[in-house]
Design a protein around this ligand. Structure first.
Ligand SMILES: [Zn+2]
Length: 333
């Protein structure tokens, strides 16, 4: 992700009259007695900064209800300077988020996800989605939602036909995490686009070599599709993915056995799909839920009436309005 946050050693205090030394040189000065007051100071600075950052230009963009300015706690025993720098970093990060949301035409500033869970949830196959001997064989779980009470959803993007540089900029500037599932025949004309994506912190995963309907194929041919793509990914991106998504969400026991044989540990499906002009829901309540995995595709105007950024706007505006943040799927696995 792009460096939005100021570095307190170099820039955060460069205009102040106080010495701009490394915070470590004064470590030990902070005492419990003054720390409470310093936290109040830091929070006050933050609150005034947030109000200044979010209130401009007609007020069309404002932090959504429940918007948290940041999650990291100030370091134990930090001196006043470090706390001021910390507040400054939070303020800068929030101002960057507000500016990016305005620049990309969002209705509200996306919510900041909570810190990754300290204890990973146990992922099991969704009821009714099991294959024979799923448990006994230790096959990768197939799931549509991650069990969590965090008010987060996960964005997953499939195939790889559209390679829009504006999409990479948008996601990076907005700091929205997502996970890609790539099909070789659609990406092989430009592996470099997805290398840039990987370098921005996105995990690239397996969606087969040729996007076939896998249950129609023999075990050997399924294995070629899945494990062949594992090798393509390793060759171009340095790693064999841990996540695999079967094309169309269709699979059988051979699919999961083949996937397991070449290092796949999870087979995430999805609970909602977002298009450039509408949403589709798996559940009858037609709604989002904590931990839901949302599917979309790398598509452009050739395939739907809009661009990748248009789709992301639709996605984020609903997710934010419903009080969800977008979290990183790998953080929960
Ligand atoms: Zn697909």
């Amino acid at each position: 992700m792009g460096p939005v946050v100021q570095d307190d050693d170099n820039r955060g205090c460069s205009q102040g009259s106080r010495r701009c030394g490394r915070t470590g040189s004064r470590r030990g000065r902070g005492r419990t007695g003054i720390r409470g007051a310093l936290v109040v100071l830091a929070l006050a600075a933050l609150a005034s900064g947030c109000a200044g950052g979010g209130g401009g230009a007609g007020g069309a963009i404002r932090p959504a209800p429940g918007q948290q300015p940041g999650k990291a706690a100030p370091p134990e025993g930090a001196p006043a300077r470090a706390l001021h720098a910390y507040a400054g970093r939070l303020r800068a990060a929030q101002q960057a988020r507000v500016a990016a949301a305005r620049r990309w035409g969002l209705r509200r500033v996306p919510l900041t996800p909570p810190a990754p869970p300290a204890h990973k949830p146990e992922i099991t196959t969704r009821k009714g989605f099991e294959v024979d001997d799923q448990e006994e064989l230790g096959l990768p779980p197939v799931f549509t939602t991650v069990p969590t009470e965090d008010r987060v959803v996960f964005l997953t993007i499939d195939d790889g036909a559209e390679k829009d540089p504006a999409f990479l900029r948008m996601m990076s500037e907005l700091r929205i995490p997502y996970t890609a599932f790539l099909t070789n025949y659609l990406i092989k004309d430009d592996y470099g686009y997805f290398k840039k994506m990987r370098d921005l912190g996105v995990t690239l995963n397996n969606h087969t070599l040729h996007h076939p309907y896998l249950p129609a194929l023999s075990y050997a041919r399924q294995k070629r599709e899945i494990c062949g793509m594992q090798e393509v990914m390793r060759e171009h991106y340095g790693e064999r993915p841990a996540l695999f998504r079967p094309p169309y969400g269709n699979y059988d026991q051979d699919t999961l056995r083949a996937a397991k044989s070449c290092g796949v540990r999870y087979a995430p499906l999805w609970d909602e799909e977002v298009f450039v002009d509408h949403w589709e829901y798996r559940e009858s309540d037609q709604d989002l839920h904590p931990g839901d995995i949302v599917l979309t595709h790398f598509r452009g105007r050739d395939e739907w009436k809009g661009t990748m950024p248009d789709m992301v706007r639709r996605f984020l505006d609903k997710v934010t309005a419903k009080g969800y943040a977008v979290a990183r799927l790998e953080d929960y696995l």
